[in-house]
Design a protein around this ligand. Structure first.
Ligand SMILES: *Cc1c(COP(=O)(O)O)cnc(C)c1O
Length: 358
């Protein structure tokens, strides 16, 4: 703390990102990174950008990338916004679209960045409890809402809503912007993008960090009605005109061009998830049905924090949250086969069994 801090800074409660430790031989299953590297075509495209042209600013509108995203998702370029990771896209969304007299609604158990943005921008918000099965229930959102944001699949539960349920949510709130954060959608949920054509209140946010193995490149985007996109652009151009560098724009385009890599690696993660599910169940865990690249599970006989600590002592890092409803759960990223083996053997040791799962 310093006497130079502004009032705003004093009052912030920043998001705490999952740690990025530098331990040797670490099994890192705490921030939902992809176990495989990105497409080789992405790496080649980024290398091609390492020229003298880096002295020049990048295209502030990311025209080529927005065109590529528009064609990939079958929308018009004016319906696409890109930013420095979807966290930045979300930040601009909160500022541009989610501050109203009635509160912003989101699930009580969800991406913990949402309340952080609310504090930063002075947005009134209200948490809507998940049901007993830890599911989002669209009917529970029938209350005064200035706006709504829901991740689909939700984080950290991994549980997805169907497109029909999202459509019902949109239809019930035609006068409120509804944001669907689809960071994990490619691992088994239905995207809401086809609903953009019929719903001018829908903004879908996606990222290249998770399913395209590009967390280090920082590329996120939003798709929605051109009026919503214009709002995001106004905020962006009041903040930073050049959020995506040349390597990021080129790498992101190359990623969209390698559909074979995308499908193959996405399916590999889904297979790994099924292996993690059954192995964890054999070890006695209750595992929520995940449509994401992580599983959220608890052991009826073991405390979540203690398990996370014991795993860490065995160089396996998972995410543990202290919020009351979920403090017994661990969120474990789907790793490579080798990482999953090491997770299972560490857990078997900790749980005092030598049964080998999977
Ligand atoms: C990971 C994640 C994001 C942000 O990802 P970026 O790397 O900033 O694109 C956004 N929303 C949810 C729910 C996430 O889990």
């Amino acid at each position: 703390m310093s006497r130079f801090w502004s009032r705003l800074t004093h009052d912030l409660t920043p998001y705490v990102p999952g740690e990025q430790p530098r331990m040797a031989d670490l099994v890192k299953l705490n921030t939902n990174e992809h176990p495989l590297g990105p497409s080789p075509r992405v790496l080649e495209a980024i290398r091609q950008e390492a020229t003298d042209a880096l002295r020049l600013y990048p295209d502030p509108l990311a025209t080529a990338l927005r065109a590529a995203l528009a064609s990939y998702h079958r929308v018009r370029p004016e319906q696409v916004f890109v930013g420095n990771g979807s966290d930045e896209v979300l930040a601009h969304t909160f500022a541009a679209l989610l501050k109203h007299d009635a509160p912003l609604l989101f699930p009580d158990i969800t991406y913990s960045f949402y309340p952080v943005y609310c504090r930063l921008f002075g947005i009134a918000c209200e948490a809507v409890p998940l049901d007993q099965a830890m599911r989002v229930r669209v009917a529970d959102y029938r209350r005064p809402a200035g706006a709504i944001i829901v991740p689909n699949p939700n984080a950290p539960t991994g549980i997805a809503l169907s497109r029909d349920e999202i459509a019902a949510l949109l239809d019930e709130h035609p006068d409120a912007p509804v944001v669907i954060d689809e960071a994990y959608v490619d691992f088994g949920a239905e995207t809401a993008i086809p609903l953009v054509a019929s719903h001018d209140n829908l903004l879908v946010v996606q990222t290249m960090s998770k399913s395209r193995a590009l967390a280090g490149l920082r590329v996120g985007y939003a798709i929605g009605d051109a009026g919503l996109i214009e709002a995001l652009t106004r905020v962006k151009d009041s903040f930073n005109s050049y959020p995506l560098g040349r390597p990021a724009q080129a790498g992101a385009i190359a990623s969209l061009e390698d559909e074979a890599w995308f499908q193959q690696s996405r399916l590999a993660v889904i297979e790994g998830r099924e292996r993690m599910n059954s192995g964890l169940e054999q070890l006695g865990f209750e595992v929520l049905p995940s449509s994401a690249n992580f599983v959220f599970a608890r052991h009826p006989a073991h405390d979540g924090a203690a398990l996370a600590t014991a795993l860490r002592q065995r160089a396996v890092i998972v995410r543990h949250f202290t919020a009351p409803r979920i403090s017994d759960y661990l969120r474990m990223t789907v790793g490579s086969d080798e990482q999953i083996d090491r997770l299972f053997s560490a857990l078997s040791q900790i749980l005092g069994r030598d049964r080998r799962a999977g």
